[in-house]
Every structure is written in C-alpha cells, then in structure tokens.
Design a protein around this ligand. Structure first.
Ligand SMILES: [Zn+2]
Length: 392
C-alpha cells in the first residue's frame, strides 16, 4: 500500500487554473494498479477540457460485484492535487518525490486524497484475496477537478445519471486525527476578490496619486471586523462552530518600493453557517465598498469567485451514517460525533440532489500544506473500516 501510494504521489495532477496538465497521466498510472486488483468492470468518463494538453479530464469508475446487486456502496476520491506552494517550505522532501519517514508518507497529495484512494482500493483487494464477496456492489470512483469546483469531476459524473437515491456514498476527503468525526453537513462558501483602483504615482509625492494599497487594506480590515461582529452566531454542531471570514490571497502590486500602487487586490474566503443568507452578507460587502468609494475617491470592484449555498444536510439517521458509525465503534471502540465542517467536498453535490453522503477519514489535516503527509497507520486502519463496511 505504501508503495502504491508513493507511486501515485509521484505523478502531479494539477488543474489548468494552476498551470497544471490535469489528471490524465495519474489516471493512467492508477489504471495499471486497478487492473491488478481484479475489479469486475472499469470505466472511464472523460470531461472535455481544452485547457489541458490531452483535452480531457479523466474520471475512473471501478466496479466490484456484490451479493445484492441492487444496493451500491460508493467510495469517491479525487485524483487532482493542489500545487506545491512555496517549495522552500518543503523541508522533508520535495512535493512530488515522496518518501517514507517515521511511519509517514510525505508528498503533495499523500493525505489529500491519496491515502483514502489507496485505502478504498486495498479494501477491495483484501476481500478479493480472501475470496469474500461484498454484501452489496462496491463502486470506487476516482474523479478529476475536486480542488477547483468539480465541474470536470463529480459534477460531470452526476450529469451522466450514474447515481441513485438509495446509493450509499462515502467521500473520504476530510476528517480528524482519530476518525471520530462523521461529516454530514457543511457551511455555505463565499469567495470574492476586492479590486481597489486609485492612481499610481511616485512614493515621494503621494498627494499626486491615490494609494490603492492603503485603501484596499483599510477596507479589508473594516470588512473583516464588520462580518465577524454581525455574523457571530455559533452552532456547536459545526467545527469550527462559527462562520469564518478570512482575507487570504493578496495579489502582487508594484515592482518597486518607491511606487504608490494604483491598484490593490485582496481576496476573502468565507465559510458561512447555513442560517445566514448570502445575499444579505453580499449587500453588506457592497454597501461598505460604496462608503469607501465616497470617502476616498477610489473605485472598489467586488468580484464573486465562488458562491455556494450549503445544501440540506445528510440525515444523521441515514443508512450510510449508521454503517460507518457501527464500523468505527466495532473496530476502534469509539463513538463518533456526527456534524458539520467548513465544507467544500464532492459530498455537497450529492446532498444537492438528495443523495445521502458522508465525509470521513482519519488524517492529521496536513492537506494543502508544505510537508503534507499520510500516516501509514491511518492508511491501514481506514482500509479496515472500508472493508468492514463492504461486508456488513
Ligand atoms: Zn481533497
């Protein structure tokens, strides 16, 4: 399993939005592995995308027949990974040169989503090796484009009508360090970019221009305060229990210290509890921008990058929640908590179409960070949970 995971990590699968070539090479490598396991059927579903060299984004579905073919258990993992980020922060190994050290496998994509991908495959392999037929059909899906919104991935598969209302769906793309959290709900997501336009000038004569950087920062700080104060409701069902409003990406402005920037760009990532209305929040964002425009003479443009209203949560009593819960109690002796997180996985798209889906895995939450790793112990123990669900 560790060998399989390192081989998978070795091939980057980065979205064209981040100057990557997509997932095809990685999908081809994965196919080699899948062919050795003995699945009953393997299918490819390509989504056309002219931005990548191969012009297509791959989605693979591997089927394993079960005793009751009418019922299907899906485990859905994603092929794509986020870029390395600042390479110098990778002190253990380079992002795509995985190594095994002190029981951990380091590399970009090791935790997100390689660990669960390999675990789902080896759960099937274990049953096959032992000659055990799963209770119901087991279907593993390996999808593209999760990190950029899933248009070419799970959304493409949903459009092909592959899913049924009574499918049992696990999306192991989130979790905590002992696997005691089953995610069934998520927050709404609101991402936006604030473009502040002033007038560029020499820094020794700032009165000749209008410093967009200062105004942009002041706006960001004022907005940060307003949103946190006004939308401060806490729901203990969620982790973290409050809505989050984070100034994140800051675009580069001028090249020299002695230039007053004429343009400033800051982005916010907000994860909002479902009781709040996104339109009301957006109105506050626009209103504050208009106030700043009047006071400073700068132009403020708000561009929405993502606006996703949280779907109705999966029922805490849904069969898949109970199956997972029982497996965790049986194999780990702990009672898992069922609740919500910041969100943004493939599970949201299932909830939107009314198919119950759970997000679960055992991870140290190193995804998207330098020195991302997967613990071998978690890799093995999560495999056991999947295998247990497959036969129960
Ligand atoms: Zn992920």
């Amino acid at each position: 399993m560790t060998q399989a995971l390192t081989e998978i990590i070795h091939i980057p699968a980065i979205a064209p939005e981040n100057a990557g070539e997509g997932e095809l090479r990685k999908a081809e490598k994965l196919l080699q592995l899948l062919k050795t396991i003995g699945f009953d059927k393997i299918e490819f579903f390509y989504a056309e995308d002219n931005r990548v060299p191969s012009k297509r984004r791959p989605n693979i579905i591997a089927y394993c027949d079960g005793e009751n073919e009418a019922e299907r258990l899906w485990i859905i993992t994603h092929l794509d990974v986020v870029p390395s980020g600042e390479e110098s922060l990778w002190t253990v190994t380079k992002p795509f040169e995985p190594i095994i050290k002190e029981g951990r496998i380091y590399g970009r994509g090791s935790e997100d989503n390689g660990q669960s991908m390999i675990a789902s495959i080896y759960a099937v392999k274990a049953l096959k090796s032992l000659g055990i037929r799963p209770k119901r059909a087991v279907v593993l899906a390996f999808v593209a484009d999760e990190e950029q919104g899933s248009r070419y991935g799970i959304q493409h598969l949903i459009k092909q009508d592959l899913f049924k209302k009574d499918d049992l769906i696990i999306v192991p793309d989130g979790g905590n360090e002992n696997g005691s959290f089953i995610e069934i709900a998520e927050k709404s997501a609101l991402w936006f970019r604030i473009r502040t336009i002033g007038k560029q000038t020499h820094a020794s004569r700032p009165h000749k221009g209008l410093n967009a950087h200062r105004i942009g920062m002041q706006y960001a700080i004022a907005l940060d305060k307003l949103l946190h104060e006004k939308y401060s409701f806490k729901d203990e069902y969620f982790d973290p229990p409050e809505s989050t409003f984070e100034p994140t990406k800051k675009d580069k402005n001028v090249d020299a210290v002695n230039i007053v920037p004429g343009e400033d760009i800051t982005c916010f990532d907000c994860r909002i509890l479902p009781n709040y209305n996104l339109e009301e929040i957006l109105n506050d964002i626009y209103r504050l921008a208009t106030k700043f425009e009047k006071e400073t003479n700068a132009t403020m443009k708000i561009e929405i990058l993502q606006k996703n209203v949280a779907p109705k949560p999966t029922d805490a009593n849904a069969k898949i929640v109970q199956m997972l819960r029982e497996a965790i109690i049986k194999l780990r002796g702990i009672e898992p908590k069922v609740g919500g997180i910041g969100g943004g996985t493939c599970a949201a798209f299932f909830r939107k179409i009314g198919v119950p889906a759970v997000v679960w895995s055992t991870i140290d939450e190193t995804a998207h960070q330098p020195n991302e790793y997967a613990k071998i112990e978690n890799l093995i123990n999560d495999t056991k949970i999947y295998a247990s669900i497959m036969v129960s």
